[in-house]
Design a protein around this ligand. Structure first.
Ligand code: SAM
Length: 304
């Protein structure tokens, strides 16, 4: 696989009919220049103050943020503009925060979406931070934020399937909320292992079902109205996948049931969210009758 050719092809998608208007609007925003906007890495990732921008610049900022809807991950505050994303991603970030130290490490976030976690992870001063996500909209959201944040994070419009062929390996890889989207979960975990340096580590989260047996749920069609969910394991089954993919020292960090505090409708996202995905008479079930979304967070090391 020639990664450089692939990257070129991906960049071409910015010319697509549905993507071009986003790029055109973002280019207007790129003309706003604010030197040294103050950054606050709190739960809401905030950049700058309202008075840093002129009235006209505020209009361009708002128009750009709206053009890039839906905002699924966040929240952000740009120069006083609150982007209240569907997910309160700070909840996931605060949960994983005690479990990594990225100082001087080469780090990847696979399925990084608009980069919310990566921006926050810069607080550890990693040597290099690279996000992988094939979706053009989330890449443009990243570019929008990063125009003001001015980080040196690299964003590749590539997927987990390209990691093995990438031009270098990583010391630490995050892959949050991606494994259940993969039709070949063990193959995906093997790709993570091959993408790691010696002594490399991963931190992942995925949907899980309760149980002591080595089994997994395979939704007939949609799960919680999501079309591309393939396998939802018990924790023992997930551990088997990790072992078979070449991981050791598997540590279950936490399990959480998704709450309507973490995922909800906002004017910055879609018109449906968690409350529409659950059985209206029994919130312990999805609308399809499966167990409601529960996640497991796991850390593991590459087998020597
Ligand atoms: C459920 S979201 C999770 C986002 C974020 N990592 C989190 O946990 O909040 C899944 C993300 O995976 C991205 N994605 C889709 N296909 C992918 C692939 N083949 N490789 C990596 N990421 C992918 C989507 O664009 C989306 O941003």
């Amino acid at each position: 696989m020639d990664i450089e050719k692939l990257k070129e092809k991906k960049v071409n998608c910015l010319e697509w009919k549905n993507v071009k208007p986003w790029v055109t609007q973002l280019n207007k925003c790129r003309e706003i220049n604010v030197a040294d906007a103050k950054i606050d890495l709190g739960d809401t990732l905030s950049i700058g103050k309202s008075e840093d921008l002129s009235e006209d610049e505020h209009k361009v900022l708002l128009e750009t943020a709206k053009t890039l809807i839906p905002w699924r991950k966040g929240p952000f505050n740009l120069f006083g503009l609150e982007i209240d994303s569907e997910w309160q991603s700070n909840i996931k970030y605060n949960l994983i925060r005690p479990h990594f130290n990225l100082k001087d490490k080469v780090v990847a976030d696979i399925g990084c979406n608009n980069g919310y976690y990566m921006f926050k992870m810069l607080e550890d001063k990693p040597k290099k931070m690279i996000g992988f996500d094939p979706a053009p909209l989330t890449m443009l959201q990243f570019e929008f934020i990063n125009h003001f944040y001015k980080s040196d994070i690299e964003y590749e419009m590539l997927g987990i399937e390209h990691l093995e062929a990438y031009n270098h390996k990583f010391d630490f890889i995050f892959m949050l909320g991606v494994l259940y989207h993969r039709a070949d979960p063990v193959g995906t975990l093997k790709s993570l292992a091959r993408g790691l340096n010696k002594d490399g580590e991963i931190l992942i989260d995925t949907f899980m079902i309760d149980g002591e047996e080595d089994v997994c749920l395979t939704p007939r069609d949609r799960y919680s109205k999501i079309p591309n969910i393939y396998f939802i394991p018990t924790i023992p089954a997930l551990k088997n996948w990790l072992n078979r993919a070449g991981f050791t020292d598997i540590e279950v960090l936490s399990t959480t049931v998704t709450s309507s505090e973490e995922q909800r409708k906002t004017s910055w996202s879609f018109d449906q969210s968690l409350e529409d995905f659950l059985d209206p008479n029994d919130s312990s079930k999805t609308i399809e009758g499966y167990p409601a979304p529960k996640r497991v967070y796991v850390k593991a090391k590459k087998l020597k």
